[in-house]
Ligand binder design. Structure first.
Ligand SMILES: [Fe+2]
Length: 477
């Protein structure tokens, strides 16, 4: 099925992130009668939700993949049946543009002067809520990487319920990847920005309110993307990648990676005020796999990027494409709380893997398995398979979608009565780039190399996107 090429920005350039497998879809679909190849396991009950950018109107100026309006695609599994639906997130900016019938914001590749409004800190970009979906206290929160307002969604209807300010206690903004400790019901988050305080760290307690919030001192503005928790601590990052201030003064968005600075990891007691910084070799990190405590040591597994800033010039579009190319390796840090020393090593120095997921019930506690996506060797960001890492045996198992088929983040979905971190399934969207069609694939988490146990064909293509989560049926009640 050939798709017509729609120029979704004003630049006139062929932006690959608006074409083919990335092209936005314009319909909001609800579909109950879906064709299944194989058999949906009867003990797979819950919802797979995936967020991502999906531009509604042609962008003012150049389009960056991170600019698209947040759209959630979800598949609800119940007693061997599947239902699909997709909805845009009704952010304040989305509603303002809907009322105007056109794009009102420029994105991160343009001078943002004149944009209608920004986030709570005054960063003048459009909060699209397009980055992650997190389940907490019965609701799904959609969150944005530059820090914005969390938007609450109904996990089944995908209706936007409104901004969630945690019983009116959220003061400021909220990052894309907060951590939920299911054992305590707490949610841990941070907020960062270009002006002091450069980093704030907070905890939403079981009450549903922000119960703890502290400002952390950084040497300058940073671009942290993720954090970690352990049983007693939170871990925040000060990585030597930051916005070029000279360029920023000229209204341009440019990043600098300073190899002379260490990477620093701040370990803070969960409800504490005092940070201990651990230094390590310079790098950038998008995503943490998990962290936990082993005696007096903190272990943190991440997908580490050793060269985050590509060299060379070219047009802004060329530079965006170069920056978006993920090149990460599974990597382990150990922070020794007695000596203050860091040790670091590759878990897998060969395979470019990212978008990690674990059994979410064990966030902050020792995990054996990590389920990452395999990043294709291609010009744009494509996931060509899945990799399962085993911490105990030090081995990995892989699954490839096959030529021209690309997946999404694949969270672990425990089966009903699951007793372990691989006692369940991995669920992901897979899109055939030649056919322009998408499906859901369900894999047995303990044997991913066997391929899908079931495939559910979808009524429309699901554009490639960002983060996903799994909500168990028991959490929906
Ligand atoms: Fe992310």
């Amino acid at each position: 099925m050939a798709e017509s090429v729609v120029m979704m920005d004003e630049s006139g350039e062929q932006n690959p992130y608006l074409l083919g497998v990335y092209a936005p879809v314009q319909d909001e679909v609800t579909a109950d009668e879906l064709t299944v190849i194989g058999r949906i396991p009867a003990d797979l009950n819950g919802v797979y939700l995936r967020n991502g950018p999906n531009a509604r109107y042609p962008m003012k100026g150049r389009y960056h993949w991170f600019d698209g309006d947040g759209m959630v695609h979800a598949v609800h599994f119940e007693n061997g049946r599947a239902r699909y639906r997709n909805r845009w997130i009704r952010t304040r900016a989305f509603e303002a543009e809907s009322a105007a019938g056109r794009s009102l914001w420029t994105g991160v590749m343009e001078n943002p002067e004149g944009n209608p409004f920004g986030n709570a800190r005054g960063l003048p970009y459009k909060d699209t809520a397009n980055t992650d979906v997190i389940f907490h206290r019965g609701k799904v929160l959609a969150a944005w990487y530059l820090c914005g307002t969390p938007y609450s969604l109904d996990p089944l209807s995908l209706e936007t319920l409104g901004v969630d300010t945690f019983l009116d206690t959220l003061d400021g903004d909220f990052m894309a990847h907060p951590k939920v400790d299911e054992r305590t019901g707490e949610l841990f988050w941070f907020d960062y920005g270009p002006r002091p305080p450069y980093l704030r760290y907070g905890v939403v307690g079981r009450s549903g309110a922000v119960e703890h919030c502290v400002e952390l001192d950084l040497p300058g503005a940073r671009l942290p993307h993720d954090m970690a928790i352990t049983e007693n601590h939170a871990i925040l990052m000060d990585l030597p990648l930051y916005q070029d201030l000279d360029a920023a003064r000229q209204g341009r968005y440019k990043l600098t990676f300073d190899r002379e600075l260490p990477a620093r990891f701040g370990v803070i007691p969960r409800r504490g005020h005092q940070v201990r910084w651990f230094e390590a070799r310079p790098c950038y990190i998008y995503h943490v796999v998990n962290a936990w405590e082993e005696g007096e040591e903190i272990v943190m597994d991440v997908c580490r990027v050793s060269r985050p800033a590509p060299h060379g010039g070219g047009s802004p579009l060329t530079r965006m494409i170069a920056y978006l190319k993920l090149d990460a390796r599974m990597y382990r840090y150990r922070f020794d709380l007695r000596t203050g020393r860091t040790s670091e090593e590759y878990v897998d120095g060969d395979h470019n893997t990212e978008f990690p997921s674990i059994d979410a019930r064990s966030t902050g506690h020792r995990t054996r398995y990590a389920y990452n996506v395999s990043v294709a060797d291609a010009e744009t960001n494509l996931f060509d398979g899945l990799v399962r890492y085993d911490n105990v045996t030090g081995t990995k198992e892989t699954y490839s979608y096959g030529p021209g088929v690309y997946g999404s983040e694949a969270p672990f979905a425990p089966r009903d009565g699951s007793t372990g971190e691989d006692d369940g399934y991995l669920v992901t969207f897979a899109t055939d780039s030649a056919a322009g069609r998408s499906e859901v694939q369900i894999l047995d988490a303990s044997r991913i190399s066997d391929g899908p146990v079931a495939r559910v064909l979808l009524p429309q293509r699901v554009p490639l996107g960002f983060h996903a989560t799994w909500v168990r049926a028991e959490q929906l009640r």
